[in-house]
Design a protein around this ligand. Structure first.
Ligand SMILES: NC(=O)c1ccc[n+]([C@@H]2O[C@H](COP(=O)([O-])OP(=O)(O)OC[C@H]3O[C@@H](n4cnc5c(N)ncnc54)[C@H](OP(=O)(O)O)[C@@H]3O)[C@@H](O)[C@H]2O)c1
Length: 326
């Protein structure tokens, strides 16, 4: 069994989490603190109240240091990473705006891995995305998608899917830089991440659900999406960091739902909200999702929270944080 199974595994080991205030990273920081790690979290504005939830985490007063760093500033990353035995690189813009997305995702990833190499860290865990895996029009629709699949850059460009484009290039650059500099790199490829929020702001993947509850989406699209709980995604990062035999990429997903299923689940669980009941596409048959396997990450000891529970807890959390009236 991987070391992940033990309750306190960090033992004072120093690790860096980039973009510590983000949705996934906040849960990762919480988990690392619970496991006894000393965490250096990079944020762009350490004094911004949007990062105050990190300081309130158990163990933060003793073992969390927030450091100012930008992905495009190598020196700031090096000073956060130097002295760490591991790095979790989660920071990235999450947007389809190519101007805001591509450079920080790609150059930022290169900067982090170069800084990790210079600092001689033991292992880097990079948060890539399913967006670097499944965007390929030539993929056999009946094939079971696993870690060997890569998105097609021309297709991402032609469809103006700049998020998937940037994440794919960033992951390619991550592997090349790690090979060139002899860095032990492990990559986690989560699907769309939902679940309770630790931070006060609403991140992009949570907004994907919120629009169905506020009345801002009048219809749902004819589209499919795979989902995973944020706590499971965070646990996957730690598991692959701690497991000596970990290698390569790890898909991180629970199940695939059509938007129609998402709104039906939300409407049943929360009938008080104006959840759309009509699809915007009344012509075409419902889109079908791809098949995938998560055997590799499950072999590292990760179990996935059922998507219905994830949706429920996402909405409860949005209510508790005051983003939705209950
Ligand atoms: N959420 C999902 O569904 C999902 C799915 C698959 C993969 N991912 C990947 O998981 C990672 C975290 O996503 P998330 O959903 O947790 O996003 P998030 O809540 O938006 O957090 C992103 C973090 O990146 C930081 N960041 C952005 N640009 C930066 C820059 N130039 N320099 C330094 N930090 C910068 C942000 O810092 P500020 O607070 O300063 O803006 C923020 O802390 C990303 O790599 C994303 O691509 C997410």
């Amino acid at each position: 069994m991987p070391v992940y199974a033990s309750s306190v595994s960090g033992g004072g080991e120093v690790v860096c989490v980039t973009g510590a205030g983000g949705f996934i990273a906040s849960w990762l920081v919480k988990l690392l603190l619970e496991k006894g790690y000393v965490v250096r979290g990079t944020v762009r504005e350490p004094d911004d109240p949007k990062n105050s939830h990190l300081r309130a985490l158990e163990g933060a007063a003793e073992r969390l240091i927030l450091l100012k760093a930008d992905l495009l500033d190598h020196a700031s990353l090096y000073s956060a990473i130097n002295g760490c035995s591991g790095v979790f690189h989660t920071a990235s813009p999450v947007t389809d705006d190519p101007e805001k997305m591509i450079e920080p995702a790609v150059t930022g990833t290169k900067n982090v891995i170069c800084a990790a190499a210079e600092a001689g860290v033991r292992r880097v865990v990079f948060t890539s995305s399913i967006g670097a895996v499944y965007m390929d029009p030539n993929r056999d629709p009946d094939a079971v998608v696993d870690e060997s699949y890569w998105s097609d850059l021309e297709y991402c460009k032609n469809t103006k899917n700049w998020y998937c484009y940037a994440k794919t290039v960033a992951e390619q650059v991550a592997w090349k830089t790690a090979t060139d500099h002899n860095v032990d790199l492990i990559v986690v490829n989560p699907v769309l991440v939902l679940g309770p929020l630790l931070q006060t702001t609403v991140n992009a993947s949570t907004a994907h659900i919120m629009k169905y509850l506020t009345g801002s989406a009048k219809t749902y699209t004819n589209a499919v999406q795979a989902y995973v709980d944020v706590r499971d995604a965070a646990a996957a990062h730690l598991a692959v960091y701690e497991w000596p035999e970990a290698e390569g990429r790890y898909l991180c997903a629970e199940s695939m739902l059509h938007r129609g299923d998402v709104v039906r689940i939300l409407g049943k669980l929360f009938p008080q909200y104006p959840v759309p009941t009509k699809c915007s596409d009344e012509v075409n048959p419902p889109k079908k999702g791809y098949k995938f396997t998560t055997q590799k990450i499950r072999d590292v000891g990760i179990h996935f929270t059922p998507v219905k529970q994830v949706l429920y807890e996402t909405v409860k959390s949005l209510q508790e944080k005051g983003h939705l009236n209950s």
